[in-house]
Design a protein around this ligand. Structure first.
Ligand code: NAD
Ligand code: ZN
Length: 245
């Protein structure tokens, strides 16, 4: 449970911050019913995500990878943003400088109305041509396999950053600029195991921000944050905007 005094300290920080960065991971979407990768619910036909979300897996068997994405699309299409997503939109609207960095590919932050954000691992509703590199929105559930590019007929792939691939330069640039200038950094529902996002909390800390973590459990980042609130994102995040007593 979140201790009352830690919650009060964090609420004061939220009320006074002029520059906020929020980093989210699969935990915030778990409260909307999207399975995290590391739980047993994240498994599909006994494959681990690490064996399917790679360029090698796609090269070897694009059909199998697309079938997995079709399963995930179907799962995610029925999900809606939860109160934690909505609170983050309100923070964006209230705070002069704000940036959201999400590792989630489900698009739930955009669905909630977030506009100032980097989806650093991509978005499951976007596809990219493996030949001409054009990026398109595609909300089909399921996607017709094999999906073909409207422009050049090339094979389309999910516009997702897979294991072993680099993040887009522009996303990294924006994220680091925001982390360096913020005075409050909120880390919500991420295990802190996947880099470079796992290093973001320490960048914010090094540049003087107050750093808070909201997670069901302690993580590898817990020792370096100023406040760690244990609990569900959907229950705790909305409390941050409650009036200070
Ligand atoms: P992760 O699965 O490694 O960790 C999830 C974290 O959320 C854990 O620390 C867990 O304790 C916490 N958590 C679980 N339920 C919670 C809740 N209700 N409230 C608060 N915290 C909760 O996820 P990650 O750190 O995001 O890294 C996994 C990678 O997998 C990411 O790169 C991401 O791109 C990808 N992924 C994305 C989605 C998605 O788009 N929804 C889902 C699964 C995985
Ligand atoms: Zn093309």
């Amino acid at each position: 449970m979140a201790s009352g005094s830690d919650l009060s300290r964090l609420k004061e920080q939220v009320a006074s911050a002029t520059d906020i960065v929020v980093l989210t991971g699969a935990g915030i979407s778990a409260d909307s019913g999207v399975p995290t990768f590391r739980g047993k619910d994240g498994l599909w036909r006994n494959f681990r995500a690490e064996d399917l979300a790679t360029p090698e897996a796609f090269e070897r068997d694009p059909r199998l990878v697309w079938e997995w994405y079709n399963w995930r699309r179907e799962l995610i299409a029925a999900k809606r943003p939860n109160p934690a997503h909505h609170t983050i939109v309100e923070l964006e609207q209230r705070c002069r400088h704000f940036w959201l960095i999400t590792q989630n590919v489900d698009g739930l932050h955009r669905d909630a109305g977030s506009q100032k954000l980097s989806e650093i691992h991509g978005n499951i509703w976007m596809v990219r041509c493996t030949v001409c590199c054009h990026v398109f929105e595609n909300r089909d559930v399921p996607v017709q396999i094999p999906p073909k590019c409207h422009d050049c007929g090339g094979l389309l792939r999910p516009h997702i950053v897979w294991f072993g691939e680099s993040l887009a330069d522009e996303d990294l640039r924006r994220s680091y600029a925001a982390l360096r200038s913020c005075n409050l950094c909120l880390i919500i529902g991420t295990s802190g195991l996947v880099y470079p996002a796992a290093g973001f909390a320490s960048v914010a800390k090094e540049f003087g921000a107050f750093v808070a973590e909201i997670n069901l459990d302690s993580t590898s980042q817990s020792p370096l944050v100023d406040v760690s609130l244990l609990g569900r994102a959907k229950d705790i995040v909305p409390l941050l905007l409650d009036p200070i007593q």
